[in-house]
Write a protein that binds this ligand. Structure first.
Ligand code: CAA
Length: 384
């Protein structure tokens, strides 16, 4: 394991940093206030090759390694969690899932369109009554002569109002004597299909306000037979393995939020004067910054290690969940401290730290809450 960055890794980090700081950061506050992301952001990410991620070049991807992808997510997350979240769902959850489980026809047809952002992807697992307990989804798949009819509901589906393609998880009839999760099957659904409707989630989210989150209703939505992903009755493994890709992206995004909090606190500690001194001269402020920096480095090595392990082609569920758990929890703590350290200024949107705190709470919850990551980690360590 060697974390001296290669020329390729440095290239992707610097490309993402320039884009994030020059294009995304200046409009991050406006996007948060308007609750949307301009199309030009996606177009520019595609043009720079960022969205191609670690998808192989054969399918139009950028063929980067997992550490390069993590460096990109960290740079985007430092500027705006909504933009980073868009990319993680599209590039890691959706594209990598199709690359891993798709037939060659599915890969040849869909992946180049996704890599170039001609088509946006979303991943539809969560339902009103099935969040952490993913195996309990109720969406049904009824087999017909030439395909399937899907009926059910999905909520909190990131990118779904923009998406041309949805990976939808639904249940075929349960085979007697098997566990509920074994009935789950993954389907590649064209979002223009009759019976597929979507609308914005009701209410205003605490953070990630520029992200698109949708409520999908499926009513006898027809999916052709050749659009099963990974085979009938294999959908739970498809879903979980996709989350192994996505969770690493969330962990890397948390590094970015944490770094942004540290940068903001260091600037403030140097410039803000109280009691006749800059506040960075006070030991309580120094302690906050020391803890923030140390926990950021610990998160960083967990993320890099999980990315390195992924590139060795070996199972990395444990490393990924540890990275997501630690990086998001540490970043929540950092954002909380950052607001406090900024005092009244931190409590207003005059400074960005309140947005970092609102956004990071989302990373602690989606793609598996911290509690779920602890279950995954404990099962890997103790055995089930
Ligand atoms: N890769 C491949 N297979 C896996 C796997 C993985 N990472 N994890 C588990 N499996 C397999 C198991 O080996 C097991 O296989 P068998 O059928 O051969 O026994 C099978 O899946 C069932 O595993 P479990 O018994 O562990 O399943 P469980 O029902 O106890 O659930 C869980 C485990 C970890 C709690 C899981 O339900 C989970 O991760 N829940 C959280 C769901 C989640 O993250 N949802 C977020 C969705 S995305 C989102 O937030 C919004 C968005 O738009 C992106």
């Amino acid at each position: 394991m060697n974390f001296t960055f290669s020329p390729d890794q440095l290239h992707w980090q610097s490309t993402a940093r320039t884009f994030a700081q020059d294009v995304v950061a200046p409009i991050a506050r406006a996007m948060d206030e308007n609750g949307s992301m301009p199309d030009s952001i996606v177009e520019q990410m595609a043009a720079l090759g960022l969205l191609g991620g670690s998808l192989s070049k054969e399918f139009g991807g950028s063929g980067m390694d997992s550490l390069s992808l993590a460096l990109i997510y960290a740079e985007l997350g430092r500027a705006c969690s909504s933009v980073r979240g868009f990319m993680t769902v599209h590039t890691s959850l959706v594209m990598k899932c199709i690359e891993q489980w798709g037939s060659s026809d599915q890969k040849n047809e869909l992946l180049p369109q996704l890599a170039s952002a001609k088509m946006i992807g979303c991943y539809a697992l969560t339902e009103p009554e099935a969040g952490s307990d993913a195996a309990s989804i109720k969406t049904q798949a009824e087999k017909t002569k030439d395909g399937y009819l899907l009926t059910g509901e999905k909520i909190w589906i990131t990118n779904a109002n923009l998406a041309g393609l949805a990976i939808v998880f639904a249940k075929l009839p349960q085979i007697e004597g098997t566990k509920p999760h074994t009935a789950i099957t993954a389907f590649l659904v064209d979002t223009k299909t009759k019976g597929f409707t979507r609308k914005k989630m009701p209410g205003k989210e605490l953070g990630h306000r520029a992200s698109d989150h949708a409520h999908i209703v499926l009513k006898d939505c027809f999916v052709p037979a050749n659009r099963v992903l990974g085979g009938e009755y294999h959908g739970f493994k498809v879903a979980m393995s996709a989350l192994d890709h996505g969770r690493l992206g969330v962990a890397a995004g948390a590094l970015g939020v944490h770094r942004a909090c540290l940068d903001a606190c260091v600037d403030f500690a140097r410039s803000r004067k109280q009691f006749g001194s800059r506040i960075g001269d006070f030991e309580m402020v120094q302690a906050v910054i020391a803890d923030m920096k140390t926990s950021l480095e610990a998160s960083r090595y967990l993320v890099y290690n999980a990315a390195w392990k992924k590139d060795q082609g070996v199972a990395c569920t444990l490393e990924t969940s540890m990275a997501k758990l630690h990086a998001t929890e540490a970043a929540v703590k950092a954002a909380n401290e950052a607001v406090l350290l900024h005092g009244g200024r931190g409590y207003s949107n005059e400074y960005p730290v309140e947005r970092y705190l609102r956004d990071i709470k989302g990373l602690q919850i989606y793609e598996g809450t911290s509690h779920i990551q602890k279950i995954v980690i404990a099962r890997q360590v103790i055995g089930k």
